[in-house]
Design a protein around this ligand. Structure first.
Ligand code: NAD
Length: 332
């Protein structure tokens, strides 16, 4: 059985090739995104394996069906980039990796908080230039601060536990309160209360119609002046122009983003010799209190091993039993 990968990076090839020794699939790797332009280049493949910025819309799915593709395997958790209805219509199975080291993403969110707060990135550069002054590096104690967590699934839950360890008061909003977290001292409250009370807000819900631009002019106005906002979930949760205005007015005092609404044209490639045409990302990067990382929160050896293993196991189960034991992995 052949699997064709899109948006392949060297590390994908490395981890999947190694993991595939136990499965024996035929693997084909394309560096390009999946799109209508490339479907013609696919030759007799049963499975396409895609990542977060491959746009798998109805047009692409129709073309894939025409090529005889039976399975679309996402090697990520979020699936906002796939038209599941169209996949069902064309009888193509869609699977994902519902959980792979949620700690990797939660720990990256915390790394962003610590960097923004204690300015270690600036201190590193400063000391290398023999500038040992502390002016401009003032931070605050996390201990005793209020962390607001939106979405307490696998990642949000791990994040809550870390913040409790720092001695933070942790408030959370989710569609369903998590009993284990409540037992640990996390308070589940309506969204508006989180926005009003949190010193740090971290987004861990999926991107869908309800959560699109969850952070907008109206919700920012409810936040504390001086709030820190962290987004390691999906760029579309944030209305970027509204956040830029709030940074300019100092309502938002710190912003950490690992995801960006227009990231598919930027992230996962070296554009250091290019002219960036996206003025919004350039504006964001010009603020001294904004930290941008390029969708790297998942990027640990443990997570990549788990992603490769779960993806290949999903494909094997779909091929042999038309189903996956882990129901959360099966999308269509
Ligand atoms: P999950 O499905 O385990 O948890 C999502 C949680 O969000 C659930 O508890 C769900 O009830 C809740 N939720 C859904 N709609 C909500 C709403 N309207 N308001 C509040 N909560 C809502 O998912 P996860 O594994 O924790 O991942 C969360 C998100 O993180 C993914 O959807 C993905 O977009 C993102 N992610 C990013 C990276 C990265 O590298 N930056 C890696 C993995 C996942």
């Amino acid at each position: 059985m052949k699997i064709t990968f899109f948006s392949t990076q060297p590390y994908d090839k490395q981890f999947f090739t190694h993991c595939n020794e136990a499965y024996g699939f035929e693997l084909e790797f394309f560096e390009t995104h999946l799109g209508p332009h490339i479907v013609n280049a696919i030759n007799q493949t049963d499975v396409v394996c895609v990542f977060v910025n491959d746009k798998v819309n109805a047009e692409v799915i129709q073309l894939l069906a025409g090529k005889g593709v039976k399975i679309i395997a996402l090697r990520c958790a979020g699936f906002n980039n796939v038209d599941l209805q169209a996949a069902k219509q064309y009888g193509i199975h869609v699977c994902r990796v519902p959980a792979y080291s949620p700690e990797a993403v939660a720990e990256h969110a915390v790394a962003m908080i610590l960097t923004l707060n204690r300015k270690t990135h600036k201190a590193y550069n400063r000391v290398r230039e023999q500038n040992f002054s502390l002016n401009g590096l003032l931070g605050f104690d996390l201990h005793g601060k209020t962390a607001g967590v939106i979405g307490t699934g696998n990642i949000g839950k791990s994040f809550c536990k870390i913040m409790l360890g720092f001695g933070c008061k942790v408030l959370a909003f989710d569609l369903v309160a998590d009993k284990e977290l409540e037992g640990m001292g996390v308070h589940f409250l309506p969204l508006i209360d989180i926005l009003q009370q949190a010193d740090i807000i971290s987004l861990h819900c999926p991107l869908n119609e309800q959560t699109h631009h969850l952070v907008n002019n109206a919700t920012i106005a409810m936040m504390k002046k001086g709030v820190m906002l962290i987004n390691t979930s999906r760029g579309g949760l944030i209305d970027t122009p509204a956040v830029i205005e709030a940074l300019k007015s100092k309502h938002i005092a710190y912003l950490g983003i690992d995801v960006y609404e227009q990231e598919e044209k930027l992230f996962f490639r070296d554009l250091s010799s290019n002219i960036i045409e996206d003025d919004m990302i350039q504006r964001l990067m010009s603020f001294p209190n904004v930290l941008v990382t390029a969708h790297q929160a998942f990027f640990t050896a443990e997570a990549l091993t788990q992603i490769a293993h779960t993806t290949l196991s999903n494909i094997q189960q779909l091929a042999t039993q038309k189903n996956i034991d882990n129901k959360a992995a099966m999308l269509a």
